[in-house]
Design a protein around this ligand. Structure first.
Ligand code: ATP
Ligand code: MG
Length: 500
């Protein structure tokens, strides 16, 4: 067994700690080999010199302070001091200072230090990194929110404050859902989270989705959201990147709207073009016939066949009626376009008006029986001629578009100060997608219109304008293949004398 002295000597010589003894005047008495090798001096270069010669200029006052404090019986633990090595490098040492006294007089101070340069550098790198990450998060162009397994917010950047209206302080450590998830989605969010924690499966993780969110003012708006998950110290953390896409959505919708309008105006252009050729054809046919029958009648008179001539004249008269109707229709369109379709209202007994119309229509359309069911004494303030025009067109359509049927039903009733007039047929019907279109100018349903039936696609356009000017409504109800009902609603106002 060696003496205690030899153990201490061994320890002094072989420890990796840096040990120095400095006398009362700050002169180095002794340093151990670890000290010399770490700082790169020989013992001759060190002995007899001031300890301050080996300390960086910035830390000299600090070391002086530590030494004085330690001499005043306050041990200095965990102090950090930057030493300068023989080749001028800074070496950060951490350790403690102890004073030794003999008969009340300071003998020396002893320092035991350890090189923490590397540790300090690592700490600095980590700090820098953390600083950079926080800065990056705080100033990221997207809202960045980090939550833990309990859905509590651990990070909330500036953009999140801008988008959602809550400050970082308001949400930190609080459950996220109550702030930004609309009420109706909170349950699903919670379930999704539990499912992930149990199974490790999260269908919304690591992809970008569009969902609704709410802000502090409780306004709902669409966001794009992507969530990533990371495991730190055995616990999951979820990072959500979010951005407000209201503006983008608005632009998309506006674009769709614009395209729809463009498509509609294209179709209208096309109809305008088609119209010219159809109109000239429609006008030409009755005109040619009119002329032909007039010539035949003329010949009849010349040859003294009066009866024959009379028959041709009647035919000519029919065609001149058709021609007149066409020209009046065209005139109506141009009046509507110029805003000059005038309505002159007068109290009219509607059931009486309908009976008159049905009587003359029945003569015109012998192929169909026209039934009329109406309450008596419905009086409305209307432009009689114009409303007659609407009903006549509805009847003519009902007959024209039900070639295989043999009846048309008309009804009229008063309800809630309105008069409901219905024209029902059992014909080909109208697809729901065409319900509105049939009221467009020059619109005729493709499949059947062009060749099979005559018409310019004006009747319903003019009708709807007339009904609008009366403050009423016109719409269609149909079963494709089984028939169509056009409904006209006319407000009765104060002129009604009441139904039965
Ligand atoms: P016009 O009335 O100018 O002589 P039209 O009858 O073709 O010609 P509208 O009365 O405006 O024009 O009708 C527009 C289109 O609506 C028709 O071409 C037809 O395709 C469709 N339509 C109208 N009424 C009916 C109906 N009762 N059944 C089925 N389709 C109809
Ligand atoms: Mg018509």
């Amino acid at each position: 067994m060696g003496s205690a002295n030899s153990y201490f000597k061994d320890l002094f010589n072989n420890t990796s700690d840096l040990i120095h003894f400095v006398d009362a005047d700050g002169i180095v008495e002794m340093v151990n080999p670890a000290w010399l090798s770490k700082l790169g001096y020989t013992s001759e270069e060190v002995k007899g010199r001031s300890i301050y010669d080996f300390i960086s200029d910035e830390d000299k006052p600090l070391y002086l302070y530590y030494r004085n404090a330690c001499i005043a019986q306050k041990n200095q633990e965990n102090i950090g001091v930057t030493f300068i090595s023989s080749n001028g490098n800074s070496i950060v040492l951490e350790g403690h200072l102890r004073p030794f006294f003999s008969e009340g007089k300071l003998l020396h101070t002893r320092g035991v230090f350890r090189d923490i340069t590397l540790k300090r550098e690592q700490e600095k790198i980590q700090k820098d990194q953390l600083y950079k990450t926080t800065q990056f998060l705080q100033n990221a162009p997207d809202a960045v929110v980090i939550i833990d397994e309990h859905q509590r917010v651990s990070e909330w950047n500036l953009k999140a404050t801008e988008i959602f209206g809550y400050t970082r302080e308001e949400v930190l450590n609080q459950p996220l859902a109550q702030f930004i998830i609309p009420l109706e989605f909170r349950e699903a969010h919670h379930r999704g989270m539990q499912h992930f924690l149990k199974t490790g499966q999260g269908p919304v993780l690591n992809k970008t989705i569009e969902v609704p969110a709410i802000n502090k003012a409780q306004q709902e708006f669409p966001i794009s959201l992507s969530i990533s998950n990371v495991k730190v110290n055995n616990a999951w953390h979820f990072i959500a990147f979010m951005s407000d896409i209201s503006e983008k959505k608005r632009r998309e919708q506006a674009l769709v709207q614009k395209e729809l309008e463009l498509e509609r105006s294209k179709q209208e252009d096309q109809r305008n073009k088609d119209f010219l050729s159809i109109a000239s054809h429609e006008l030409k046919t009755p005109l040619t016939n009119l002329k032909a029958y007039l010539q035949l009648a003329l010949k009849g008179f010349e040859s003294g066949q009066r009866e024959q001539a009379k028959k041709f004249l009647t035919k000519a008269d029919n065609f001149s009626d058709k021609l007149t109707k066409l020209i009046f229709d065209l005139l109506d369109v141009s009046k509507i376009q110029a805003g000059k379709l005038m309505i002159q209202k007068q109290p009219t007994e509607i059931s009486q008006m309908l009976q008159d119309i049905v009587r003359s229509s029945q003569l015109l359309y012998p192929s169909h029986t026209i039934f009329l069911e109406t309450q008596p004494n419905i009086v409305a303030n209307i432009d009689t001629g114009r409303i007659e025009q609407v009903v006549v067109n509805l009847i003519s359509n009902a007959v024209k578009y039900s070639p295989k049927a043999n009846r048309v039903e008309i009804s009229c009733e008063e309800r809630d100060s309105n008069c409901y007039l219905r024209v029902k047929d059992f014909g080909i019907g109208i697809k729901q997608t065409n319900y509105d279109k049939v009221f467009d100018k020059f619109y005729r349903i493709e499949e059947l219109s062009k060749n099979d039936t005559q018409g310019l696609g004006i009747g319903l356009y003019v009708s709807s304008e007339i009904i609008n000017q009366h403050g009423g409504k016109i719409w269609v109800e149909s079963n494709e293949g089984a028939g169509t009902t056009f409904v006209v609603l006319l407000p009765l106002g104060t002129t009604s004398s009441g139904g039965s």
